[in-house]
Design a protein around this ligand. Sequence first.
Ligand SMILES: CC(C)(COP(=O)(O)OP(=O)(O)OC[C@H]1O[C@@H](n2cnc3c(N)ncnc32)[C@H](O)[C@@H]1OP(=O)(O)O)[C@@H](O)C(=O)NCCC(=O)NCCS
Length: 148
Amino acid sequence: MLSVVIRDYEVRDFKDIVAIDAEAFGDRNPVYDAYIYVTFGSDLIVADLGGAVVGYIALVDYGKEAKIISFAVKREFRGKGIGSKLLKAAIERCKQRGKERILLEVRVSNVVAQRLYKKNGFKIIDVIPNYYNDGEDAYLMALDLKGQ
Ligand SMILES: CC(C)(COP(=O)(O)OP(=O)(O)OC[C@H]1O[C@@H](n2cnc3c(N)ncnc32)[C@H](O)[C@@H]1OP(=O)(O)O)[C@@H](O)C(=O)NCCC(=O)NCCS
């Protein structure tokens, strides 16, 4: 069993976030991405394994709604429940903040992530054609928190 601690981002985590982003989303600029999460994010929640960050989930505040703008776990630590813990922590945080809905976009081919989202109550509400740089479509998924 990995003893992962789920906590808020600290400045010393920046380089780990950049490395995880680079590994997970190779077609983007990871330093710029991490800068966006830290600067424009409302919450950046990380999975800490012995002082090193092995996963993160980034939220942006849209008033009554929140959006998950990025979510990744270091490849060698995937499939061990860390992503589930991060997603549940993000959902809890949104409930605490009184959000009515959480939104996210996911590649139509990313069935692993879609399964995790569906397991946690998210539903596909739309398809966004040509959303990614390579032309792939995105599913817009939503979790309704009203009344929860
Ligand atoms: C999506 C992601 C964050 C999930 O993180 P994770 O730590 O692997 O999540 P979990 O361990 O909680 O597993 C989630 C599910 O994926 C399966 N899974 C994911 N990666 C796996 C792997 N390498 N080996 C085996 N199973 C894996 C798990 O079995 C689990 O499914 P189940 O609950 O039906 O058994 C991670 O796969 C990732 O970083 N992917 C690349 C970036 C990405 O796609 N981000 C989402 C963008 S919208």
